[in-house]
Design a protein around this ligand. Structure first.
Ligand SMILES: C[S@@+](CC[C@H](N)C(=O)[O-])C[C@H]1O[C@@H](n2cnc3c(N)ncnc32)[C@H](O)[C@@H]1O
Length: 321
Protein backbone atom coordinates (compact mmCIF):
# COMPACT_ATOMS: atom_id res chain seq x y z
CA UNK A 1 0.00 0.00 0.00
CA UNK A 2 1.25 3.51 -0.74
CA UNK A 3 0.24 6.70 0.99
CA UNK A 4 -3.57 7.17 0.92
CA UNK A 5 -4.68 9.81 -1.60
CA UNK A 6 -6.14 11.89 1.26
CA UNK A 7 -2.65 12.55 2.67
CA UNK A 8 -1.57 16.19 2.21
CA UNK A 9 1.33 16.92 -0.16
CA UNK A 10 4.80 17.92 1.13
CA UNK A 11 5.47 21.67 1.40
CA UNK A 12 9.26 22.05 1.36
CA UNK A 13 9.29 25.84 0.75
CA UNK A 14 7.40 27.59 3.54
CA UNK A 15 6.51 31.24 3.04
CA UNK A 16 7.56 33.92 5.53
CA UNK A 17 3.89 34.17 6.66
CA UNK A 18 3.72 30.43 7.28
CA UNK A 19 6.95 30.55 9.31
CA UNK A 20 5.55 33.48 11.31
CA UNK A 21 2.33 31.52 12.02
CA UNK A 22 4.37 28.43 12.94
CA UNK A 23 6.18 30.29 15.72
CA UNK A 24 2.88 30.15 17.64
CA UNK A 25 1.70 26.73 16.40
CA UNK A 26 3.98 23.85 17.30
CA UNK A 27 2.31 21.29 14.97
CA UNK A 28 2.48 23.63 11.97
CA UNK A 29 6.14 24.22 12.87
CA UNK A 30 6.72 20.43 12.90
CA UNK A 31 5.27 20.08 9.41
CA UNK A 32 7.10 23.09 7.92
CA UNK A 33 10.43 22.30 9.57
CA UNK A 34 10.41 18.60 8.74
CA UNK A 35 8.98 19.02 5.22
CA UNK A 36 11.78 21.54 4.64
CA UNK A 37 14.50 19.12 5.71
CA UNK A 38 12.99 15.80 4.50
CA UNK A 39 14.94 15.48 1.23
CA UNK A 40 18.30 16.34 2.86
CA UNK A 41 17.68 14.72 6.26
CA UNK A 42 19.57 11.46 5.63
CA UNK A 43 22.68 13.38 4.56
CA UNK A 44 22.41 15.88 7.41
CA UNK A 45 22.32 13.14 10.06
CA UNK A 46 24.58 10.64 8.21
CA UNK A 47 21.68 8.19 8.05
CA UNK A 48 22.22 5.09 5.96
CA UNK A 49 20.51 1.73 5.55
CA UNK A 50 23.61 -0.44 5.78
CA UNK A 51 25.39 -2.40 8.52
CA UNK A 52 26.41 0.77 10.41
CA UNK A 53 22.86 2.02 11.02
CA UNK A 54 21.32 -1.46 11.23
CA UNK A 55 23.72 -2.18 14.13
CA UNK A 56 22.86 1.15 15.72
CA UNK A 57 19.08 0.63 15.51
CA UNK A 58 19.35 -2.98 16.67
CA UNK A 59 21.62 -1.89 19.54
CA UNK A 60 18.96 0.54 20.81
CA UNK A 61 16.38 -2.27 20.71
CA UNK A 62 18.67 -4.76 22.46
CA UNK A 63 19.53 -2.20 25.17
CA UNK A 64 16.03 -2.67 26.64
CA UNK A 65 14.52 -5.79 25.03
CA UNK A 66 17.40 -8.12 24.19
CA UNK A 67 15.67 -11.39 25.13
CA UNK A 68 12.48 -10.95 23.12
CA UNK A 69 11.47 -13.72 20.67
CA UNK A 70 11.94 -12.35 17.13
CA UNK A 71 10.75 -11.32 14.66
CA UNK A 72 7.66 -9.33 15.59
CA UNK A 73 4.91 -9.37 12.95
CA UNK A 74 3.47 -5.93 12.18
CA UNK A 75 5.38 -2.90 13.52
CA UNK A 76 4.28 0.75 13.52
CA UNK A 77 6.69 3.69 13.64
CA UNK A 78 5.57 7.11 14.93
CA UNK A 79 7.46 10.21 13.74
CA UNK A 80 9.32 7.99 11.28
CA UNK A 81 11.24 10.80 9.57
CA UNK A 82 12.97 9.15 6.62
CA UNK A 83 12.45 5.69 8.17
CA UNK A 84 15.83 5.46 9.90
CA UNK A 85 14.67 3.44 12.92
CA UNK A 86 12.01 1.05 11.63
CA UNK A 87 13.60 0.31 8.25
CA UNK A 88 16.92 -0.51 9.92
CA UNK A 89 15.19 -2.55 12.65
CA UNK A 90 13.38 -4.53 9.94
CA UNK A 91 16.67 -5.12 8.16
CA UNK A 92 18.08 -6.23 11.53
CA UNK A 93 15.40 -8.93 11.86
CA UNK A 94 13.12 -7.20 14.39
CA UNK A 95 9.87 -7.16 12.38
CA UNK A 96 8.55 -8.53 9.09
CA UNK A 97 5.96 -5.89 8.14
CA UNK A 98 6.03 -2.15 8.82
CA UNK A 99 3.83 0.93 8.79
CA UNK A 100 5.61 4.29 8.87
CA UNK A 101 3.80 7.44 10.04
CA UNK A 102 4.77 11.07 10.54
CA UNK A 103 3.10 14.46 10.86
CA UNK A 104 5.23 15.67 7.93
CA UNK A 105 4.06 14.51 4.47
CA UNK A 106 7.59 15.12 3.13
CA UNK A 107 9.04 12.67 5.65
CA UNK A 108 6.45 9.95 4.91
CA UNK A 109 7.21 10.30 1.19
CA UNK A 110 10.96 9.85 1.74
CA UNK A 111 10.46 6.96 4.21
CA UNK A 112 8.25 5.10 1.72
CA UNK A 113 10.80 5.71 -1.04
CA UNK A 114 13.61 4.39 1.18
CA UNK A 115 11.52 1.31 2.10
CA UNK A 116 10.76 0.60 -1.57
CA UNK A 117 14.47 0.91 -2.48
CA UNK A 118 15.27 -1.63 0.26
CA UNK A 119 12.51 -4.00 -0.90
CA UNK A 120 10.81 -3.97 2.53
CA UNK A 121 7.11 -4.69 3.13
CA UNK A 122 6.15 -1.22 4.37
CA UNK A 123 3.15 1.06 3.96
CA UNK A 124 2.71 4.53 5.40
CA UNK A 125 0.56 7.55 6.03
CA UNK A 126 0.59 11.03 7.48
CA UNK A 127 -0.45 10.75 11.12
CA UNK A 128 -0.35 12.65 14.38
CA UNK A 129 1.07 10.54 17.22
CA UNK A 130 -1.57 11.99 19.55
CA UNK A 131 -4.43 10.57 17.45
CA UNK A 132 -3.06 7.46 15.73
CA UNK A 133 -5.31 6.59 12.74
CA UNK A 134 -5.31 2.81 13.21
CA UNK A 135 -7.75 0.42 14.88
CA UNK A 136 -7.36 -0.94 18.40
CA UNK A 137 -5.14 -4.04 18.80
CA UNK A 138 -3.49 -3.75 15.36
CA UNK A 139 0.28 -3.89 15.98
CA UNK A 140 2.73 -6.30 17.61
CA UNK A 141 5.34 -3.57 18.10
CA UNK A 142 5.32 0.26 18.10
CA UNK A 143 8.63 2.12 17.78
CA UNK A 144 9.87 5.68 17.57
CA UNK A 145 13.24 7.44 17.54
CA UNK A 146 13.70 11.07 18.60
CA UNK A 147 9.95 11.74 18.42
CA UNK A 148 8.43 11.88 21.91
CA UNK A 149 10.16 15.15 22.73
CA UNK A 150 8.25 16.79 19.83
CA UNK A 151 4.78 15.70 20.97
CA UNK A 152 2.82 18.22 23.07
CA UNK A 153 0.91 15.63 25.16
CA UNK A 154 3.28 12.66 25.53
CA UNK A 155 1.01 10.72 27.87
CA UNK A 156 -1.91 11.03 25.43
CA UNK A 157 0.31 9.65 22.70
CA UNK A 158 1.42 6.74 24.91
CA UNK A 159 -2.27 5.94 25.60
CA UNK A 160 -2.78 5.84 21.82
CA UNK A 161 0.25 3.55 21.46
CA UNK A 162 -1.25 1.14 24.00
CA UNK A 163 -4.62 1.29 22.22
CA UNK A 164 -3.21 0.26 18.83
CA UNK A 165 -0.90 -2.41 20.32
CA UNK A 166 -2.20 -5.98 20.56
CA UNK A 167 -2.36 -7.33 24.14
CA UNK A 168 1.18 -8.28 25.13
CA UNK A 169 2.60 -6.03 22.38
CA UNK A 170 5.67 -3.90 23.07
CA UNK A 171 6.65 -0.29 22.46
CA UNK A 172 10.18 1.08 22.27
CA UNK A 173 11.08 4.77 21.99
CA UNK A 174 14.78 5.62 21.70
CA UNK A 175 16.88 8.74 21.10
CA UNK A 176 14.98 10.99 23.52
CA UNK A 177 17.03 13.83 25.05
CA UNK A 178 17.57 13.70 28.80
CA UNK A 179 17.13 17.01 30.60
CA UNK A 180 20.75 17.22 31.72
CA UNK A 181 22.07 15.89 28.39
CA UNK A 182 20.07 18.47 26.45
CA UNK A 183 21.53 21.25 28.60
CA UNK A 184 25.17 20.43 27.83
CA UNK A 185 24.45 19.46 24.19
CA UNK A 186 22.79 22.81 23.45
CA UNK A 187 25.50 24.74 25.24
CA UNK A 188 28.26 22.95 23.30
CA UNK A 189 26.38 23.35 19.99
CA UNK A 190 25.83 27.09 20.50
CA UNK A 191 29.49 27.62 21.39
CA UNK A 192 30.62 25.62 18.33
CA UNK A 193 28.28 27.56 15.98
CA UNK A 194 29.40 30.94 17.35
CA UNK A 195 33.10 30.03 17.19
CA UNK A 196 32.91 28.54 13.66
CA UNK A 197 30.87 31.36 12.12
CA UNK A 198 33.20 33.98 13.74
CA UNK A 199 36.49 32.31 12.84
CA UNK A 200 35.42 31.75 9.22
CA UNK A 201 35.02 35.53 8.79
CA UNK A 202 38.81 35.86 9.08
CA UNK A 203 40.93 36.24 5.90
CA UNK A 204 42.58 32.85 5.28
CA UNK A 205 39.61 30.90 6.66
CA UNK A 206 36.93 32.59 4.55
CA UNK A 207 36.95 29.64 2.14
CA UNK A 208 35.45 27.65 5.04
CA UNK A 209 32.51 30.06 5.36
CA UNK A 210 29.14 29.01 3.99
CA UNK A 211 27.36 31.65 1.87
CA UNK A 212 25.51 34.15 4.10
CA UNK A 213 22.12 33.18 2.57
CA UNK A 214 22.66 29.57 3.69
CA UNK A 215 23.72 30.65 7.18
CA UNK A 216 20.62 32.88 7.39
CA UNK A 217 18.42 29.95 6.32
CA UNK A 218 20.03 27.80 9.02
CA UNK A 219 19.32 30.50 11.60
CA UNK A 220 15.64 30.64 10.53
CA UNK A 221 15.49 26.85 10.78
CA UNK A 222 17.08 27.06 14.22
CA UNK A 223 14.28 29.44 15.27
CA UNK A 224 11.71 26.83 14.20
CA UNK A 225 13.77 24.11 15.86
CA UNK A 226 13.29 25.93 19.16
CA UNK A 227 9.52 25.66 18.61
CA UNK A 228 9.52 21.97 17.62
CA UNK A 229 11.75 20.72 20.46
CA UNK A 230 9.18 20.76 23.25
CA UNK A 231 10.42 18.42 25.97
CA UNK A 232 13.46 16.94 27.59
CA UNK A 233 13.04 13.99 29.94
CA UNK A 234 14.25 12.72 33.22
CA UNK A 235 14.03 8.91 32.69
CA UNK A 236 11.78 8.60 35.74
CA UNK A 237 9.24 11.06 34.20
CA UNK A 238 8.95 8.89 31.09
CA UNK A 239 8.49 5.78 33.23
CA UNK A 240 5.75 7.49 35.23
CA UNK A 241 3.92 8.68 32.07
CA UNK A 242 4.08 5.21 30.50
CA UNK A 243 2.74 3.53 33.62
CA UNK A 244 -0.01 6.08 33.96
CA UNK A 245 -0.92 5.53 30.28
CA UNK A 246 -1.50 1.85 31.15
CA UNK A 247 1.80 0.16 30.26
CA UNK A 248 3.38 -2.66 32.26
CA UNK A 249 6.97 -3.97 32.37
CA UNK A 250 8.18 -0.39 31.89
CA UNK A 251 11.93 0.04 31.76
CA UNK A 252 14.37 2.80 30.72
CA UNK A 253 18.05 2.86 29.77
CA UNK A 254 20.33 5.82 29.08
CA UNK A 255 23.32 6.07 26.73
CA UNK A 256 26.04 8.46 25.52
CA UNK A 257 27.80 10.87 27.83
CA UNK A 258 31.32 11.54 26.47
CA UNK A 259 30.09 10.45 23.01
CA UNK A 260 27.38 13.12 23.07
CA UNK A 261 29.91 15.75 24.13
CA UNK A 262 31.82 14.99 20.94
CA UNK A 263 28.81 14.29 18.71
CA UNK A 264 26.93 17.58 19.16
CA UNK A 265 29.86 19.93 18.41
CA UNK A 266 30.83 17.71 15.45
CA UNK A 267 27.33 17.89 13.93
CA UNK A 268 27.14 21.66 14.51
CA UNK A 269 30.53 22.19 12.89
CA UNK A 270 29.42 20.11 9.89
CA UNK A 271 26.33 22.33 9.52
CA UNK A 272 28.39 25.54 9.75
CA UNK A 273 30.97 24.88 7.01
CA UNK A 274 30.59 23.98 3.30
CA UNK A 275 30.10 20.18 3.07
CA UNK A 276 32.77 19.81 0.34
CA UNK A 277 35.44 20.95 2.82
CA UNK A 278 34.94 17.81 4.91
CA UNK A 279 36.13 14.64 3.23
CA UNK A 280 36.50 11.01 4.24
CA UNK A 281 39.21 11.88 6.79
CA UNK A 282 36.72 13.98 8.72
CA UNK A 283 33.98 11.35 8.47
CA UNK A 284 36.40 8.71 9.83
CA UNK A 285 37.48 11.02 12.66
CA UNK A 286 33.84 11.81 13.56
CA UNK A 287 32.53 8.23 13.46
CA UNK A 288 35.71 6.67 14.91
CA UNK A 289 35.80 9.22 17.74
CA UNK A 290 32.12 8.67 18.52
CA UNK A 291 32.65 4.87 18.60
CA UNK A 292 35.67 5.11 20.88
CA UNK A 293 33.88 7.46 23.27
CA UNK A 294 30.82 5.19 23.25
CA UNK A 295 33.14 2.41 24.43
CA UNK A 296 34.45 4.68 27.20
CA UNK A 297 30.84 5.52 28.18
CA UNK A 298 29.75 1.90 28.34
CA UNK A 299 32.82 0.42 30.00
CA UNK A 300 34.05 3.18 32.31
CA UNK A 301 31.75 6.18 32.74
CA UNK A 302 28.58 4.09 33.18
CA UNK A 303 30.10 2.82 36.49
CA UNK A 304 30.65 6.32 37.93
CA UNK A 305 28.26 8.77 36.22
CA UNK A 306 24.54 8.69 37.27
CA UNK A 307 22.21 7.49 34.43
CA UNK A 308 20.35 10.80 34.08
CA UNK A 309 23.60 12.55 32.98
CA UNK A 310 23.70 10.44 29.79
CA UNK A 311 22.19 12.14 26.72
CA UNK A 312 19.87 9.51 25.17
CA UNK A 313 16.92 7.95 26.94
CA UNK A 314 15.31 4.70 25.71
CA UNK A 315 11.99 3.51 27.11
CA UNK A 316 10.09 0.27 26.64
CA UNK A 317 6.94 -1.27 28.05
CA UNK A 318 4.16 -3.66 27.10
CA UNK A 319 0.38 -3.66 26.88
CA UNK A 320 -1.16 -5.87 29.56
CA UNK A 321 -2.21 -9.33 28.27
C1 LIG B 1 13.83 14.45 15.11
S1 LIG B 1 12.81 13.81 13.84
C2 LIG B 1 13.21 12.08 13.96
C3 LIG B 1 12.91 11.33 12.71
C4 LIG B 1 13.30 9.86 12.75
N1 LIG B 1 12.53 9.14 13.71
C5 LIG B 1 14.78 9.71 13.02
O1 LIG B 1 15.14 9.32 14.12
O2 LIG B 1 15.57 9.98 12.12
C6 LIG B 1 11.20 13.87 14.56
C7 LIG B 1 10.08 13.48 13.62
O3 LIG B 1 8.86 13.46 14.36
C8 LIG B 1 7.83 14.02 13.56
N2 LIG B 1 6.78 14.51 14.46
C9 LIG B 1 6.80 15.60 15.24
N3 LIG B 1 5.65 15.72 15.92
C10 LIG B 1 4.88 14.68 15.58
C11 LIG B 1 3.57 14.25 15.94
N4 LIG B 1 2.81 14.92 16.80
N5 LIG B 1 3.10 13.11 15.37
C12 LIG B 1 3.85 12.42 14.48
N6 LIG B 1 5.08 12.79 14.09
C13 LIG B 1 5.60 13.90 14.64
C14 LIG B 1 8.54 15.10 12.77
O4 LIG B 1 7.80 15.48 11.63
C15 LIG B 1 9.87 14.43 12.46
O5 LIG B 1 9.86 13.74 11.25
Amino acid sequence: MTSPTSDPAPNPHATADEVEAALADTKLAQVLYHDWEAETYDDKWSISYDERCIDYARGRFDAVAADEPLPYGHALELGCGTGFFLLNLMQGGIATKGSVTDLSPGMVKVALRNAANLGLDVDGRVADAETIPYDDNTFDLVVGHAVLHHIPDVEKSLREVLRVLKPGGRFIFAGEPSTIGDFYARWLSRATWAATTKVTKLGPLQGWRRPQAELDESSRAAALEAVVDIHTFDPSDLERMSTSAGAVNVKTATEEFAAAMLGWPVRTFEAAVPPEKLGWGWARFAFGGWKRLTWVDENILRKVVPPKFFYNVIITGTKPE
